[in-house]
Design a protein around this ligand. Sequence first.
Ligand code: NDP
Length: 243
Amino acid sequence: MSRTALVTGGSRGIGRAVALRLAGEGVRVAVHYGSNETAAKQTVDDIQAAGGEAFAVRADLSEPDAAEQVWRQFDAVADGLDVLVNNAAIGRHQPLADVTPEWFDRLVAVNAKAPFFLIQQGLSRLRDGGRIVNIGSGVTRIAFPQDTAYSMTKGALNTLTLALAKELGPRGITVNTVAPGIIETDMNDWLADPEAARAAAEYSVFERVGQPEDVADVVAFVASEQARWITGQWIDATGGSRL
Ligand code: NDP
């Protein structure tokens, strides 16, 4: 039987690359998105055009019943889950003084609360031997004062990973965080400025900005059978940033 994955934020950026990568290995992928239906459809179409299986699932993860919405749509198509990739998140560069309570709440809702409840309600669907991959960030290792509130939400995910790995170990389920560095996606539209892009490239020992596929390959490994002995870990996928 082929495996089934849910990739949140699979419509664009890193999530799209993860969805395509897993589908290329024969995994059926539920491509979750928030509002960009065109992008989600494109990801699904690209997977199907390459001979893979995919379907779209829509839910705004800032809504209190987001997890219910996701699993209801998922259950209408799939019977059980093997891989959950909590990838969707929001963030923008913002000095501490500009963070409003409303934006803080939204950051926490999308980046930390939604993954928690997706997992809580997804556990009955996740088969023994399954995989949970949370997409964290290099900002929990490298101080990024322009992203303090966002960084806090990623720190919460790291803690979620650690505690859950212990709880789910007896079922053979691994739980890990994959932490990207600076990746060229819509989230980083500031990379359009050549000077900023040059400075961003200097973070990595490879002297370039990362691409979504650089992260997707790491996620695919962590989601594979080969990674069965790795759990509860924060896996640095920053291209050796600020070593
Ligand atoms: P993008 O901004 O390119 O894509 C974000 C994705 O998340 C989209 O699929 C989007 O859906 C979805 N999404 C955003 N808000 C919501 C919401 N409220 N409800 C449901 N879905 C939502 O992000 P990236 O690919 O850059 O980031 C992916 C992950 O990687 C995130 O967890 C991010 O924090 C992390 N990361 C990214 C880095 C980078 O440099 N890019 C660095 C370190 C970590 P839709 O298309 O419908 O809008």
